[in-house]
Ligand binder design. Structure first.
Ligand code: DGY
Length: 303
């Protein structure tokens, strides 16, 4: 913000709660640029009500919070932040893989609750990560970064993506085959009309009963109701979720939280000092470029 104040008048949303539509429209008002994060729903009605808006600079890789078609029709550029958060998010995806398969969060709760009175031989048995098959759905920057880490764990890596291409890290596989043969399935697709509900009842039924499903992408890519059922009925082994279909979600009675062996985090995939600093820096640089009439640094794909 300090950086942007040198080139523009800046108005800030000062709450940790995302603005509702009216507040967002009022805040943007006659501004030429907006720096937004994922919770800011830049729907067509908001964009259309802001006559001077030239750029939506997102401090996120995902751009599902913006009505991109409306923005482009209105001549508003949209930028995101690829290249600065994929390693950080891949670290967290691996954290979730380890936590879910080795029951780390469950073990921590067990010790804290004072339940560790005996030494049962089968205490918190999990499933190995090393030597397992990792299936990556969506093979962009984050998917690649997860694949690189998997090789350090001696895993076999396969992926499903629109481009049917193998590379030195991973072999392409049809989605159903990936789901049926992988021990761990990690989701890295952007949210779009094509990926909403990509993993539903049918797909979960294809997975191994010991399999782990990890999602650091967007909640709505997985049908949460079907996932809760699959976990309860032990049709899959565990899940690690950084994202949910509704965020934030203060509902402590959400069935997802009661599902056995499900680790849930509050969308912190890119939450490190350095990643977040790089994200807002890139967003600010896009705004500076737009206001100065220079080419944008990272327009969203296809724009
Ligand atoms: C992203 O960059 O899209 C992450 O989900 C952080 O919001």
């Amino acid at each position: 913000v300090a950086r942007l104040r040198e080139v523009a008048d800046v108005r800030e949303w000062s709450s940790d709660l995302p603005p509702d539509r009216e507040s967002l429209t009022a805040l943007i008002g006659d501004a030429e640029a907006v720096l937004a994060i994922g919770g800011d729903a830049l729907v067509a009605a908001v964009l259309a009500a802001c006559p001077n808006l030239r750029i939506v600079a997102l401090a996120s890789a995902g751009y599902d919070s913006v009505d991109v078609d409306a923005a482009h029709t209105l001549g508003i550029a949209v930028t995101n932040t690829p290249g600065v958060l994929h390693e950080t998010t891949a670290d967290l995806a691996f954290g979730l893989i380890l936590a879910a398969r080795r029951r780390i969060a469950e073990g921590d709760r067990y010790v804290r609750s004072g339940s560790w009175e005996r030494v049962p031989y089968r205490l918190l048995f999990g499933h190995d990560v090393h030597g397992a098959q990792l299936g990556i759905i969506g093979y962009g920057q984050i998917g690649h970064a997860v694949a690189r880490r998997a090789h350090g764990f001696g895993m076999r890596v396969v992926h499903y993506s629109r481009t049917h291409q193998d590379d030195e890290l991973s072999t392409w596989m049809p989605l159903d085959e990936l789901l049926a043969t992988s021990d761990i399935v990690s989701v890295h697709v952007p949210l779009s009309d094509q990926t909403r509900g990509l993993i539903g009842e049918r797909e979960l039924r294809l997975m191994k009963p010991t399999a782990t499903l990890v999602n650091t992408a967007r909640g709505p890519v997985i049908d949460e109701t079907a996932l809760v059922r699959a976990l309860r009925e032990e049709r899959i082994g565990s899940a690690g979720l950084d994202v949910q279909s509704v965020e934030p979600n203060p509902d402590a009675s959400d069935p997802l939280l009661e599902a056995p062996n499900c680790v849930v985090l509050p969308h912190i995939g890119s939450a490190t000092e350095s990643a977040r600093a790089a994200m807002v820096d890139l967003a600010a640089a896009n705004i500076e470029a737009c206001l100065a009439g220079r080419p944008l640094l990272s327009p969203i794909p296809g724009s």
